[in-house]
Design a protein. Structure first.
Length: 333
């Protein structure tokens, strides 16, 4: 089985446009981990697209260089030559949806969620409204120029379709919010109350409305002069919260039955308990430590979903803490 792994940032999607050191580093970590996991599966050949302008370490894969400004054309050819496509992309500007559509047009199985689920998960505002309507705890989210939700600790402003902590800022009080509104174009930004508490994430395996919670993770997020920076985290570092988080995972899968394969969920555990911030219907940086944490090959679990029900895969897990650090950010701090 020939699998084309197309990671947007390191695979040519930048097309000469700048990207943060964090996005590049995280993209490289995800494609490296996935290529290693897939290469360990008997009968699987891995093909990876690579932008030569972006540093990428050695991979156990056939690495295909992508020419400048020809990424989408070359990706289409590589997809057509493969037996399946595994896209990894940020939600920004619908990149993940476009990659999924590319694979579907090539007539190849896509190893990620359906387009209907991607359309909801792309928008933090749409995600919050959809989940809240089904009784799932979420952080209150409104448009950046709507009436702000009540908060005594300030607000957080972030792009509605952004990835990670990109362009996410902290506004400590009402005057700061008004100054931001007066000097910054809001675009499709989302305003949320700042909720103090540990930043968490979930690594899920999902199929047809059912979820298997693989690992509960802690995230390292810092507020640097009003801008949030993601430093990595500890995969399996929040397993003490599993009993509280498993019902949320199950509710999310039921609320978005188009989710499939590996799915990440970001949450904050505030005074009222855990609340969902966003759903990432794709690999997340936590994947880089997931196999070591579980003692299992998570890519093999995803491939097994193609012809097996998720119930036949579920087994007791004992994830161990594995630190995942995003390299190259210290110099930028």
């Amino acid at each position: 089985m020939r699998i084309f792994v197309c990671e947007y940032v390191t695979g040519g999607g930048l097309e000469g446009h700048p990207a943060s050191a964090s996005l590049i580093a995280e993209g490289g970590m995800m494609v490296q981990a996935l290529a290693v996991d897939l290469a360990c599966i008997p009968g699987v050949q891995v093909v990876v697209a690579h932008d030569p302008a972006v540093a990428l370490g050695p991979l156990p894969a056939e690495v295909r260089a992508v020419e400048p400004n020809r990424a989408w054309r070359q990706w289409c050819k590589l997809a057509a030559e493969a037996d399946a496509v595994w896209p990894i992309a940020p939600e920004t500007d619908g990149a993940l949806e476009r990659l999924t559509e590319l694979a579907e047009r090539a007539g190849r199985p896509v190893l990620n969620s359906r387009l209907d689920a991607l359309a909801v998960a792309r928008s933090k505002l749409a995600t919050a409204r959809h989940l809240a309507s089904r009784g799932i705890p979420v952080v209150h989210s409104v448009g950046a120029h709507d009436d702000p939700p009540p908060s005594e600790a300030g607000w957080v402003v972030k792009p509605d379709d952004g990835a990670g902590c990109e362009n996410t800022i902290f506004l400590p009080d009402a005057p700061a919010l008004e100054r931001w509104r007066g000097t910054r174009p809001a675009g499709s930004a989302v305003l949320q109350p700042f909720v103090p508490g540990p930043a968490l994430s979930l690594s899920l395996l999902v199929q047809e409305g059912r979820a298997w919670l693989l690992a509960c993770n802690r995230q390292h997020v810092e507020n640097l002069s009003g801008r949030f920076v993601y430093r990595g985290g500890v995969v399996g570092g929040a397993e003490d919260r599993r009993t509280r988080l498993e019902p949320i995972a199950a509710q999310i899968a039921e609320a978005l039955p188009g989710l499939w394969g590996y799915v990440g969920v970001d949450l904050i555990e505030g005074p009222a308990g855990p609340a969902v911030l966003e759903i990432n219907p794709r690999l997340t940086t936590s994947y880089a430590g997931l196999g070591r944490s579980l003692g299992l090959n998570p890519a093999a679990l995803v491939l097994a979903l193609r012809d097996r029900g998720i119930g036949s895969l579920v087994r007791p897990l004992s994830p161990r803490p594995v630190e995942v650090a995003v390299p190259g950010l210290e110099a930028a701090a």
